[in-house]
Design a protein around this ligand. Structure first.
Ligand SMILES: *Cc1c(COP(=O)(O)O)cnc(C)c1O
Length: 245
């Protein structure tokens, strides 16, 4: 016996509405505990592995910022949602040969983590006739000299030079920094290191105020440490199958 599609739609909408309400109160509580205004924190709904239909439902529920981490999936999904006028964030590892595509739909790219990406993304933005806001992704691996092969990001010592390169590139606007806390252990020291780098970047580029930090499991710690953007998948959309590599 198959369920009528309209009921499935209604059920999924109710589930997403409940998840969103719970997440909004979690964000509000985290902001209250940190003495921050919830209006300072933008929720980016990370919809990877979930269908365009879920994006549509989230948009109906008031979500405006949506994130994806793979161009192969994001390109068709953003096209299917073009009528919704959403702000798309590219949050995944970016390959230079994907810049052309990503720059056509992403307003914010969170993952600039090496010098080679800067001219590639700048040229792609120019080609698309758009300005792309780019964040420098910082490795938050406690072994800070190496970039983090699992989670990505530039070594902290290279962040300022990378930020300067982004700021100088036509077609790009330096937005700030992004980090992913290591899987194991307390995320707070990692987010504290990110906050320190964010301050150093802002000292040179006062408009680069974005701190993209915090996911489903660690958004409270990120908000305590000054996150302006949290990237939330699981807590909003539910579990994902393990990634295929
Ligand atoms: C998937 C993903 C997220 C969301 O992670 P959840 O734990 O599901 O909230 C955030 N940031 C990046 C870069 C991601 O790839």
């Amino acid at each position: 016996m198959t369920e009528p599609p309209r009921d499935r739609h209604r059920e999924r909408r109710a589930q997403l509405a409940a998840n969103l309400a719970a997440l909004r109160s979690r964000l509000a509580a985290a902001c209250a505990a940190a003495g921050r205004d919830p209006g300072e924190v933008t929720l980016v709904a990370v919809t990877k592995t979930f269908p365009a239909f879920d994006v549509r439902l989230l948009a109906e529920l008031g979500v405006r910022d949506v994130g994806e981490n793979r161009d192969q999936e994001a390109a068709p999904k953003t096209a299917a949602c073009a009528d919704l006028d959403l702000t798309w964030h590219f949050v995944g590892r970016l390959q230079t040969n994907k810049c052309r595509s990503v720059a056509t739909y992403a307003t914010v790219v969170h993952s600039v983590d090496r010098p080679r990406l800067v001219p590639a993304l700048a040229a792609a933005a120019a080609h698309a006739g758009r300005t792309v806001t780019a964040l420098v992704q910082v490795s938050l691996d406690p072994d800070a000299d190496a970039s983090d092969p699992g989670r990505g990001g530039a070594p902290p010592a290279e962040v300022l030079a990378l930020a300067d390169a982004v700021a100088a590139a036509d077609g790009l606007r330096l937005g700030g920094v992004m980090g992913i806390a290591p899987l194991a252990g307390d995320p707070e020291p990692a987010f504290a290191r990110l906050a320190e780098l964010a301050r150093a970047v802002r000292a040179r580029h006062p408009h680069a105020a974005i701190v993209s930090a915090g996911m489903s499991g660690d958004l409270e710690a990120a908000i305590r440490r000054g996150a302006t953007h949290v990237r939330v998948g699981t807590a909003l959309l539910g579990g994902r199958p393990p990634p295929v590599r």
